[in-house]
Design a protein around this ligand. Structure first.
Ligand code: WT7
Length: 657
């Protein structure tokens, strides 16, 4: 049980210049944001430049028969215009947008201004347009962490194309299913990516994926490493060649506030990943406001160049969409854009970059903090971190020990730590401290952001007030909320609005303490969170049963010191297959190749049988406890069809791969 008595008051240096400088301010604004919601959100829309003002602020319903979510209807705007053009038009084109930090230090670092982004995005938009891409078309982006990834997203937004970024760590088959699902006929990739000094064959992965996607007309390839690639004439196009014949200027397409901006695939407890749809107006308001307040980001400081923001996420995840590309850029932020990894060339890399660019706000995942904490304090101490003001975390619960190390060692005890809880579906921060206002507690995401109304429910849907533990739901819409699942609104309704009608169900468990602070306890469904990456147990199981030696598979998450959760796999083999260490390795490689390295099982246990109820349902609760090495907590096993199965599973539990 985390220690709730440990309360860290707002850091004085942060508070002195904070946009929200006290709890009284937070509470007054929060009250207004929910009690006078239309007025509050109408005012916040003023953060953006609109072509046509909106007519209605909000129109939504969470009732299962009528789920719809609309914000700022009637409004017309362009997301790319707001993130790029308006800064240039206001004479701020010379401001640094990106401080590009390559995988290997010194190997191609450069400074990119808003004017540079403006020019590159327009060229790229014209390359797409010249090839017939327009409003509403789906473009798949499979790129490493290079500035072109941001240009590609912004170029699509500029011409009204819907982009779908697929994390470059996903396998060809995972890429193919995401291309197929949204019926995309245009892919943007690079020759290769770089990762910790190694090269990743991205174009080759696209080639493999497209063997199953005959509908793709063009593959636009960024020349990044200069590595050799195979080439399909007529289909493949080098970006550096195509941009030479593209016009320099490309107008912004006027888009409706509710026109889709992007689709992003995320895992659920069942089935294939869902294409979560975010739209234009509300998403831009939400990401811009949350970026500014959660990180207390000041674009200009006393008339001089302002803060330097660094979010270490990959643009393949929602964190990169919301807190690298849209939120910060709409706010005209200067950011570190990082191609690398936390421990390459060594565990001091993050802090060297912080010193080099005088980073003020740093945002990363608990898994990275735990991995670095394990390397000791020396790599941190080597660099000057005096520029830091706010340290953020996202993606999974942070254990109080890691929180304290982050606060004390990295932040020298003088920075705010913001533990931000949110999801792909929420578009941006939902529960988070505000630096300068909220007292922080290690392990707690503390309070709701403006406009967010969280509730804790019992499993049968009863609202629990005061101090309580249960299921986390959100009682009303917010501008950044996902609107639907791409071409599958029924799945959207069933996943989020059916368990508790009238509420958005998050899938997370949560506790509210006596002070009203929220503590996320983790997923309550069959979704794993491995190093902050979300994965369905069903996806890993489907991958396993594709292997010829596997008859049946069950996957559970188990506690893991660095990753938060590890993947524990039980497999029943087909007649005649040999339960060998070599097969174990092969199955791990097989899952890795089918989904991607992030899905590689940590433990593979051969199981002669799986614990099932008499109706044939696998009892995961029991498998989870065996994986956790808690055989004394198996609970009631009397409903099992064959209780003997359990004893043999306990006896053969794996504590190595
Ligand atoms: C799930 C959403 C949000 C962007 C990255 C992950 C877990 C996220 C926290 C946090 C505890 C967290 C939840 C959530 N999660 N942030 N601060 N504390 N848990 O987005 O892939 O959509 O995953 O990540 O379980 O439901 P995602």
């Amino acid at each position: 049980m985390p220690d709730e008595r440990a309360v860290y008051p707002p850091a004085p240096a942060v508070q002195a210049r904070a946009f929200v400088p006290s709890m009284a301010d937070y509470e007054a604004t929060y009250r207004r944001s929910v009690e006078d919601s239309d007025a509050f959100w109408a005012e916040q829309a003023g953060r953006l430049d609109w072509v046509t003002p909106f007519e209605t602020v909000q129109d939504w319903s969470f009732e299962p028969g009528d789920v719809h979510i609309k914000w700022y209807e009637g409004g017309v705007l362009n997301a790319c215009y707001n993130a790029v053009d308006r800064h240039v038009e206001a004479g701020r084109g010379g401001r640094t947008a990106f401080l590009f930090e390559p995988d290997t230090p010194g190997d191609g670092d450069r400074t990119i201004t808003y004017s540079d982004v403006h020019a590159e995005v327009q060229r790229l938009a014209n390359v797409l347009r010249d090839r017939g891409v327009g409003r509403g078309d789906r473009v798949t982006i499979y790129l490493p962490m290079i500035p072109e990834a941001a240009y590609a997203m912004l170029a699509c937004a500029r011409i009204g194309a819907i982009f779908s970024v697929v994390f470059a760590g996903f396998s060809p088959s995972a890429l193919a299913s995401r291309i197929e699902d949204c019926d995309s006929d245009f892919v943007i990739t690079a020759d290769e990516g770089r990762r910790a000094g190694r090269r990743i064959a991205l174009k080759a992965n696209v080639d493999a994926a497209l063997r199953g996607c005959p509908g793709v007309r063009h593959v636009l390839v960024v020349r990044h490493t200069g590595g050799d690639v195979a080439w399909t004439e007529g289909r493949d196009v080098w970006l550096d060649e195509a941009r030479e014949t593209a016009a320099a200027a490309c107008p912004c397409e006027p888009m409706g506030a509710e026109d889709p901006l992007f689709v992003l695939y995320t895992s659920g407890s069942t089935g294939t990943p869902k294409g979560v749809v975010h739209t234009t107006g509300g998403y831009c308001v939400w990401t811009s406001l949350t970026h500014e307040l959660t990180f207390d980001y000041h674009a200009v400081e006393g008339g001089a160049a302002g803060d330097v923001f660094w979010c270490t996420a990959d643009v393949g995840w929602i964190t990169g969409h919301s807190y690298i590309v849209f939120g910060p850029m709409i706010n005209g932020a200067t950011q570190v854009f990082f191609e690398g990894t936390p421990t390459y060339p060594d565990a001091g890399r993050f802090w060297e970059v912080v010193e080099k660019h005088r980073v003020t706000q740093f945002y990363t995942a608990p898994t990275a903090i735990r991995a670095l904490m394990a390397k000791g304090d020396e790599p941190v101490m080597r660099s000057d971190r005096s520029s830091l003001k706010v340290l953020g975390t996202v993606g999974e619960p942070i254990n109080p020990e890691a929180w304290r190390w982050y606060h004390e060692v990295v932040g020298e005890g003088r920075c705010s730590v913001v533990d931000t809880w949110w999801q792909t579906e929420t578009g941006g921060h939902m529960l988070t401290p505000l630096p300068g206002a909220t007292p922080e507690k290690p392990g707690s995401a503390t309070r709701p952001f403006f406009g967010v109304v969280p509730e804790v429910l019992s499993p049968d849907g009863e609202r629990l007030d005061g101090e309580a533990e249960g299921l986390l739901v959100i009682a009303r819409s917010w501008p950044g909320q996902a609107r639907t699942v791409y071409r599958n609104h029924d799945r959207f309704v069933n996943t989020y609005f059916t368990a508790f009608p009238g509420r958005y169900f998050t899938g997370d468990g949560c506790r509210r303490d006596a002070d009203g602070d929220y503590w996320i306890t983790g997923r309550v469904d069959d979704v794993l969170n491995v190093s902050g990456h979300r994965m369905g147990t069903a996806e890993v199981e489907s991958a396993l049963v594709l292997h010829e030696a596997v008859a049946e598979a069950a996957v559970v998450g188990v506690p893991h010191d660095i990753k938060g959760q590890g993947i524990y796999v039980y497999v029943t083999l087909v007649e005649g297959a040999d339960a060998t260490d070599a097969l174990r390795d092969e199955l791990r490689r097989h899952v890795r190749a089918t989904i991607g390295p992030i899905a590689t099982p940590d433990f593979v246990q051969f199981a002669p049988g799986l614990p099932k109820t008499r109706s044939g349902k696998i009892m995961r609760r029991i498998l989870r406890k065996i994986g956790e090495n808690a055989p004394d907590q198996l609970g009631d096993t009397s409903t099992l069809a064959d209780p003997d199965v359990v004893a043999s599973l306990v006896q053969n539990r794996r504590n190595q791969p």
